[in-house]
Design a protein around this ligand. Structure first.
Ligand code: IMP
Ligand code: MG
Length: 434
């Protein structure tokens, strides 16, 4: 590892979302200028309301300006203009964007729920902005047409390491998406080779789907499970026996690029990753064991009650990532075989492929199944919901290159987002009807 890399790690730049931090910085200015912390000593309802209205107006104006900057960025990205957009110059890591983002409207919505403008001591936070971006994305994707919603598993649909139980509030909401003819993909890193493993994690949803009296047979089959990031595809089929899932042979869904990943290359890449993981376990004396699979290798705690410190997990991810990138094999393999090394919260895994491939397969699979073998659901009609956009490796982040995304922090936030989506779809329908 180079010194510069270590310095960057120390500064934690890789643990910041630069776009969100930049917006946070812009909103900090009116917060400082217009919040009146001393007003609390002498509360006067009229002044308090006036101050919060003023803060609201300023925040909304700034978000409208950012919204216009994104419009300009999109116009340049679509015309392949080589002159960088103003947004690129300010936030080099920004974009590409699949849709415009109605940030002003999204802020007004979030402000009505979170009362951001009424705060006098706590400025607009990372989470306020993350949720505003999610709302903007939900508004954009529903004002076009949402054709495919993909969901990460752990932390997004259920708590880390848990399962989707029948009582989960997520279950009726995903069924509602299917009822509206939105296709659904569960794109999880969890890698099981057989349907039983996925049934174990998703049984609440799969059983509810099979038993649903009002979803059509077609709608019930509008859901797939993509496991191991991009390695195992299962179609929901209520007639497929107790697991309700039918394994789709790889030959039926591998994209031409994926079909070119050689078995030999995959084994060699996992060998290098395994050796690197072993070395991390040894050098940091981690209480962990190696798990080797046909498409992944990882470390998990040697006893389920052990929590490996986050710092050790992150160090492991960064070391393995670097070794794979720097090794001659990694360079060669990187060109042909992508991998995703990430901190899963309690473990570290290196998977073959990543969620950009997993979501792409869903986009292509549904188009092919509906009779368009060369087609695919487009990025602007796809929404991937996940929790990993910042931690080392962040496996959901990869989905950003193929579709729109929403960044949630808990299953409860997924529920809120799904309610918002449905509300927006209903509103859109009403507008169309008038
Ligand atoms: P996700 O949040 O649904 O993407 O699931 C990530 C979690 O799945 C990881 O944190 C692991 O605990 C678990 N997991 C189980 N098997 C695998 C595997 O083969 N690769 C990656 N993660 C796995
Ligand atoms: Mg997750």
């Amino acid at each position: 590892m180079t010194t510069r890399y270590r310095v960057e790690y120390a500064l934690k730049t890789h643990r910041r979302d630069q776009f969100i931090e930049w917006i946070k910085g812009l909103l900090a200015v009116p917060f400082v200028l217009y919040s009146q912390p001393t007003g609390i000593l002498n509360p006067d309802a009229e002044t308090v309301t006036r101050n919060s209205n003023e803060a609201h107006r300023r925040y909304a104006e700034i978000l409208r300006d950012v919204e216009h900057m994104i419009d300009d960025h999109i116009a340049r990205q679509n015309s392949h203009n080589t002159i960088p957009s103003k947004l690129t110059m300010l936030v080099p890591t920004a974009g590409p964007f699949f849709t415009r983002l109605p940030l002003e409207a999204a802020f007004k919505y979030q402000d009505s729920r979170r009362h951001i403008s009424s705060r006098r001591y706590v400025c607009p936070s990372f989470n306020d902005i993350r949720l505003t971006l999610n709302s903007a994305q939900a508004m954009a994707v529903t004002s076009g047409s949402l054709q495919l919603a993909t969901f990460d598993g752990d932390v997004t649909l259920y708590d880390d390491g848990q399962s989707l139980e029948p009582s989960s509030p997520v279950v009726p909401r995903i069924m509602d998406l299917l009822r509206r003819d939105v296709k659904v993909g569960i794109v999880t890193a969890a890698g099981y080779t057989t349907a039983d493993g996925y049934y174990g994690r998703l049984h609440g949803l799969l059983d509810a789907l099979a038993a649903s009296p009002d979803l059509t047979h077609r709608q019930k089959r509008n859901m797939v499970v993509m496991g191991g990031e991009a390695n195992y595809l299962f179609e929901v089929d209520p007639d497929a026996g107790p697991s309700r899932l039918r394994a789709v042979p790889r030959a039926e869904w591998l994209t031409p690029e994926m079909a070119a990943w050689s078995e030999q290359g995959i084994v060699a890449l996992l060998d290098v990753a395994e050796a690197a993981l072993r070395e991390c376990v040894r050098s940091m004396s981690l209480p962990a064991v190696i798990v080797r699979k046909d498409r992944a290798v990882g470390i998990v705690p040697s006893d389920p009650s052990i929590i490996i410190p986050r710092e050790s997990l992150e160090e492991t991810v960064l070391v393995v990532q670097r070794i794979l990138e720097l090794s001659a094999l990694g360079e060669r393999a990187e060109r042909t075989i992508p991998f995703c090394a990430f901190n899963g919260g309690r473990d570290v895994f290196v998977d073959i492929g990543d969620k950009s491939w997993g979501v792409t397969v869903c986009q292509k699979w549904f188009a092919m199944r509906d009779g368009d073998p060369d087609g695919m659901i487009r990025g602007e009609n796809t929404l991937h919901v996940g929790d990993q956009f910042l931690s080392a490796g962040s496996n959901d982040f990869k989905a950003r290159s193929v579709g729109t995304t929403a960044w949630i922090a808990s299953p409860a936030e997924t529920v809120e987002l799904l309610d918002e989506l449905v509300m927006l779809m209903d509103r859109e329908k009403k507008v169309e009807a008038n």
